[in-house]
Design a protein around this ligand. Structure first.
Ligand SMILES: Cc1cc2nc3c(=O)[nH]c(=O)nc-3n(C[C@H](O)[C@H](O)[C@H](O)COP(=O)(O)OP(=O)(O)OC[C@H]3O[C@@H](n4cnc5c(N)ncnc54)[C@H](O)[C@@H]3O)c2cc1C
Length: 380
């Protein structure tokens, strides 16, 4: 008698779980996907609200990448439109400055009239502090843009975002934000591919799951007893929760979203405004300024402001792993990693919370394509 091979369990219907599910199903495996939430898409989930506006439930998700193979793979599951993301920072004066910092930002802050990148680079070199090997985010910024720009654009923002001072944060947290000396005012200018799904991310997830080998069950939390029914499990749940916090908690920053209706339909040239003040909110998104986000014209618009908080104060909604300069939480994660290695070979932790790293969507897709294909290569 031929024993039918057991299916594969995937925990999490976000990008990491969904990409694994699709690749395995295309290779002939039956895959059961579970998610504790009532919807697919993980943190990239979006929906159309009562104002007829598409809203991203967990903050604005802009797809940008240098990885053409990832973009081409994703384009197989929906129509994408080109979109160039722009952000403005509201200064204490009320002026709106381009972010990342560029030539016009420097002119606005210092009252200068520079016309060339060389002039701005020379200005920044003059105000930069001589710190050869920055040990934390503050030192990195001081060494590149000096005190004034650091304290205006990064100090209060970092404090409300992370609840830590710049001196306590790893340089990697601010190194992700480019610094420019020309007039480039697009946020992801360094990424050659920037695009948005024309019909939203949720529609892309529906297409990804549309395969006879995939069964999705929502409102279902992982339980270790489930493992007995499966040949393997790819698991995107928080790794510390899987091990019942045996090595302590891995902290995250979370966000409370405050969404309101706006009746001023006037278009602005950017979708996200960052707040440089020390109030509780970090930024606000005008969804109608993203492409194809006015789905039904009602004359009303939707705006969402973000208020960062500890994940324990927000129903354990985990958004950003906390990276401090002393690496203390990464050291706890390494302990969980070695516990995971000691488990049987039938489980693999994937995605943002499974590997305790901040990952953009393209990185998660890239890692998941590679991980699913590696696993397939080990199956006879
Ligand atoms: C505010 C914010 C803005 C972002 N903006 C961008 C952006 O502009 N561009 C970009 O590229 N990336 C952005 N990202 C990152 C993007 O959200 C991630 O790359 C992506 O969501 C990671 O997918 P994932 O599968 O690893 O995790 P998730 O999307 O979080 O999916 C994991 C899923 O697992 C489920 N789960 C967890 N525990 C269990 C359990 N015990 N049982 C069952 N299910 C469980 C969760 O409910 C969740 O649905 C942003 C992230 C945040 C938080």
């Amino acid at each position: 008698m031929v024993v039918p091979s057991k299916p594969v369990l995937i925990v999490g219907a976000g990008f990491s779980g969904t990409v694994h599910a699709r690749i395995l199903a295309e290779a002939g495996f039956h895959v059961d996907v579970i998610d504790v939430r009532p919807h697919i898409g993980g943190n990239a989930y979006d929906y159309v609200d009562a104002n007829g506006i598409r809203v991203h439930a967990y903050g604005p998700h802009l797809f940008h990448t240098k990885n053409r193979a990832v973009a081409d793979w994703l384009r197989g599951f929906g129509d994408f439109v080109a979109y160039t993301h722009k952000v403005r920072a509201r200064l204490p004066s009320g002026a709106m400055a381009p972010l990342p910092i560029n030539l016009d930002t420097v002119n606005l802050v210092f009252g200068t009239h520079y016309e060339t990148a060389e002039q701005v680079a020379a200005h920044l070199a003059r105000v930069a502090l001589p710190i050869a090997n920055p040990a934390n985010a503050a030192e990195y910024l001081y060494a590149n843009i000096g005190r004034d720009l650091t304290d205006l654009f990064f100090r209060p923002y970092t404090k409300k975002m992370w609840q830590f001072d710049l001196e306590d944060m790893a340089t990697s947290v601010v190194k992700r934000i480019p610094l420019r000396s020309d007039r480039t005012d697009t946020y992801f200018a360094d990424d050659e591919i920037q695009m948005m799904p024309r019909d939203g991310y949720t529609a892309v997830f529906q297409r990804l799951f549309d395969h006879p080998g995939i069964t999705v069950t929502l409102n279902t939390a992982f339980d270790t007893a489930m493992l007995a029914d499966y040949r393997f499990c790819f698991n995107a749940m928080p790794i510390d929760a899987f091990f019942d916090y045996a090595e302590g908690e891995l902290p995250y920053r979370s966000i409370r979203f405050h969404t309101r209706t706006a009746t001023d339909a006037q278009a602005q040239g950017w979708s996200v405004t960052n707040f440089t003040d020390s109030g509780p909110q970090t930024r606000e998104t005008r969804w109608d300024c993203l492409p194809h986000h006015i789905v039904n014209e009602t004359g009303r618009r939707t705006v969402t402001a973000e208020e960062p908080c500890d994940y324990r104060d927000n129903n354990r909604e985990r958004y950003y792993p906390v990276k401090t300069a002393d690496n203390r939480f990464q050291e706890i994660y390494v302990k969980y990693q070695s516990l995971a290695e000691k488990l049987s070979t039938e489980i693999s932790f994937i995605g943002r919370c499974g590997t305790y790293q901040y990952l953009d969507m393209d990185q998660v897709i890239n890692q998941s394509l590679a991980s699913a294909r590696r696993w397939l290569a080990t199956q006879s």
